[in-house]
Design a protein around this ligand. Structure first.
Ligand SMILES: [Zn+2]
Length: 206
């Protein structure tokens, strides 16, 4: 399966936002989930090209022989994604968060931080790398750390949601526009649909 399959466009501007945007749209019970198996999760992380303790092809091979572990890793990926979405979406407006979501993110974080180390870089100084690990859940480690970072950085104030109540998809993205007024995940999709709807409702009233 190729890694460039029909995954949603990466419009989030951060790894963790693109990860939570793998459900489209984000309205309850209506969205298409792009990560329905561990294989999908691997394909997605292969597309975004993050550094992991093991290569994606190594993990793919291991998942074939460790099917129960792969099943569990997929379940954990979805649970962490949904917790990350809820936390980011509430926290961006200083809303209340569910302790169960915090706990789910903390589980993934504990695993990932335990495997993050500093090593001497060839050109001097240090660089970050991963301790060797075989766990199939390791694909979640970079995204868990990125979620933690964003939740505790001032950049959290730039996170917006493509407005579900105005026909948007509910995705989260970083508004880095100079005017700080980006409304849609993408003008070509949600922005355009809203424009067309506005046009029809105007002409219908005439
Ligand atoms: Zn949208």
């Amino acid at each position: 399966m190729s890694a460039s399959r029909d995954f949603p466009d990466r419009v989030g501007g951060r790894l963790c936002l693109d990860f939570v945007n793998t459900v489209d749209p984000r309205q309850v019970g209506r969205g298409r989930d792009y990560l329905v198996s561990y294989g999908d999760v691997l394909d997605w992380f292969e597309m975004v090209d993050v550094r992991l303790p093991r290569s994606i092809s190594w993990l793919r091979k291991r998942a074939k022989s460790a099917t129960d572990e792969a099943f569990g890793a997929h379940r954990q990926a979805v649970a962490m994604r949904e917790a990350a979405f809820a936390l980011l979406n509430s926290s961006r407006v200083s809303g209340e968060v569910r302790p169960s979501d915090v706990a789910k993110l903390n589980d993934a974080l504990g695993e990932s931080i335990g495997h993050r180390v500093l090593a001497a870089a060839q050109r001097g100084g240090v660089r970050e790398e991963w301790r060797t690990a075989d766990a199939l859940t390791q694909v979640l480690w970079p995204v868990a750390i990125d979620t933690w970072d964003l939740l505790t950085e001032p950049e959290l104030g730039l996170v917006r949601q493509c407005p579900p109540d105005a026909g948007g998809c509910g995705w989260l993205f970083l508004d880095t526009s100079r005017a700080g007024n980006r409304r849609w995940c993408d003008m070509r999709t949600c922005g355009n649909r809203a424009k067309v709807r506005a046009h029809y409702s105007r002409t219908a009233r005439r």
